[in-house]
Design a protein around this ligand. Structure first.
Ligand code: G4P
Length: 533
């Protein structure tokens, strides 16, 4: 990684592009990931992302859930270098039940690729994830995938993105036919025709420079009616949609749109080239006390956005994924774990490549390092060279599903509590310890999370649990003074619990009660989200 280490004079962080892919399940995220990695030389053969996924999945009951249900529940990071740029691709779970995890991963990226199926347009999960990106002003690049199949008209898709997401769209390329009439992709600004030298509709193999739409390279091969449509698209596109504007893109108001086929390699390299040229280098990061951490600062800061257990079946260790925000990280550094008020020596940090892991000797802002630990590090934690700050912006959401934990073997209370506490620290579930009664309540955003909890407690803590329905619908964090809190506890002892950090929470039976209690205690703030730290 010589060029990217800054030996050519440019700050190393300026060469980092840290991004995620968001999509509705089945739109082609895995296929695109694989093709990006292939294009970046990170893997050697197609099929490895899936194969690697399958090997990994075979490792535990938890992973079995992924396999059985065909969903991906764990985020991970893959780093590769291409033309002197270091790409850190953070994977996000596609299933909506794990959206909290995705949300936190999106706090660690500087840009996102939104993959849309050309036949389906914007789907529910795309829209939700898009909203998260918008909240954080993350610039979005749109990839309209599967144009090798029959899809909707290109203009219809552009209009849908523009209207559904209230975002300016700027078409960068156009499909040259779709489905059985698919000839390739046309870059109308660079005047490049991406096509196959094999049969029509074959995989992308060659880029042809053309003089324009009347170039015989195009007119000689592409059907007339497809050329007419392309002509119309290019003309309408130039007039009817925004021209690409880098500032508008970086501010999250405009999305460049690429048409392509991940399966047949169309549009993949254009995406990487675009990210290299226009996607932002690591951004600043807000922290407590009004502090803004800038990537060019000398001292190291970073935050944990993801904790993953089970990465290596031989060890019970967990890996904390730390996004670096500033400074130059060197292996062996002692960093302050701010929440715990302790120093930790980061002696075996890991970089994740597609096919292997490597000890991270040096890392820069934008990079993600894996820090093995025994459970000290949890999601939302900040690491610094001594400064007492917490990175902000990683919320926990009020759970929408609450269940009481039922333990078959009461001798295993200790293991159960340890397990639940650990999973809560990974950010998989929230736990609430009621003021009355000893049975903990578990809160999740999606019901599949409950299955993962049952499987993991059995596999990793040897403890079988079940869940009982409770007459509760949501929780809110209580913010008030001590005297009011005491008064509330006395009046509503049955409804008050503590979360894993012993912060008071009100467990509500229904929406009506939320309104009633909120009105009754005007001086109390009931929060739907809270900062994790
Ligand atoms: P996901 O991660 O977003 O869930 O989607 P994934 O990449 O797994 O793709 C979902 C399905 O769509 C896969 O087919 C994949 O081969 C197909 N696909 C992805 N990109 C394209 C494309 O550009 N063109 C076409 N025609 N198909 C595409 P599958 O049959 O479900 O799986 P598989 O048996 O092919 O692996």
């Amino acid at each position: 990684m010589s060029a990217a280490n800054g030996l050519n004079g440019e700050a190393p962080y300026a060469k980092r592009r840290t991004f995620a892919i968001i999509s509705h399940p089945d739109a082609g995220k895995t296929t695109l990931t694989e093709k990006l990695l292939l294009s970046g030389g990170a893997i050697r053969a197609a099929g490895q992302v899936r194969a690697r996924g399958e090997r990994r999945r075979a490792r535990s009951d938890w992973m079995k859930i992924e396999q059985e249900r065909g969903i991906s529940v764990s985020s991970s990071v893959m780093t590769f270098e291409r033309n002197g740029i270091i790409y850190n691709l953070l994977d996000t779970p596609g299933h909506e039940d794990f959206s909290e995890d995705t949300y936190r991963t999106l706090t660690a990226v500087d840009a996102a690729i939104m993959v849309i199926d050309a036949a389906k347009g914007i789907e529910s999960q795309t829209r939700k994830l898009f909203e998260v990106c918008r909240l954080r002003d993350i610039p979005i690049i749109t990839f309209v995938n599967k144009i090798d199949r029959e899809g909707r008209h290109a203009l219809e898709i552009l209009d849908e993105v523009q209207e559904a997401l209230a975002l300016d769209v700027s078409p960068m390329t156009w499909p040259v036919g779709m489905g059985s009439d698919f000839f390739g992709v046309y870059d109308w600004q660079k005047k490049l025709f991406y096509t196959s030298d094999g049969e029509r509709g074959g995989a992308f193999t060659q880029t042809k420079t053309v003089s324009g739409l009347d170039d015989p390279i195009l007119t000689g091969t592409v059907f007339d009616r497809i050329m007419d449509e392309l002509q119309e698209n290019v003309e309408l596109g130039a007039e009817g949609y925004a021209a690409f504007d880098k500032d508008a893109f970086l501010e999250g108001h405009l999305t460049p749109v690429f048409f392509g086929s991940a399966l047949r390699d169309y549009g993949v390299e254009e995406l990487l080239d675009f990210i290299a040229a226009h996607a932002p280098a690591p951004h600043s990061q807000a922290a407590t006390g009004g502090r803004t951490i800038m990537p060019e600062e000398d001292k190291v800061t970073g935050f944990v956005f993801k904790v993953q257990a089970n990465m290596d079946p031989k060890h019970r260790d967990r890996i904390a994924f730390v996004r670096l925000c500033s400074g130059t990280f060197r292996r062996g550094m002692k960093l302050k774990h701010v929440r715990a008020g302790k120093q930790i020596a980061v002696s075996a940090p890991i970089f994740f490549f597609a096919e292997e892991r490597e000890i991270a000797d040096l890392a820069y802002p934008g990079d993600v390092i894996g820090v093995p630990n025994h459970g000290q590090l949890r999601v939302g934690d900040t690491l610094t060279e001594g400064e007492e700050i917490h990175v902000t912006g990683l919320p926990a959401f009020a759970p929408e599903i609450l269940r009481r934990v039922r333990l078959s073997d009461t001798m295993r209370v200790k293991q159960m509590r340890q397990g639940l506490q650990d999973l809560a620290e990974e950010g998989l579930v929230q736990i609430f310890k009621p003021d009355i009664g000893s049975n903990w309540i578990v809160g999740v955003v999606g019901v599949l999370q409950l299955d993962v909890v049952v499987d993991r407690l059995k596999a990793e803590y040897g403890t079988e649990i079940g869940f009982e329905a409770v007459n509760l619908s949501t929780a809110r964090w209580i913010e008030t003074d001590q005297a009011t809190l005491q008064k509330m506890i006395e009046a509503h002892r049955m409804s008050i619990a503590n979360d894993r950090d012993d912060r008071p929470v009100f467990l509500f039976k229904n929406a009506w009660e939320v309104g009633y209690i909120t009105d009754k205690y005007p001086d109390v703030t009931f929060r739907e989200t809270r900062e994790i730290v």
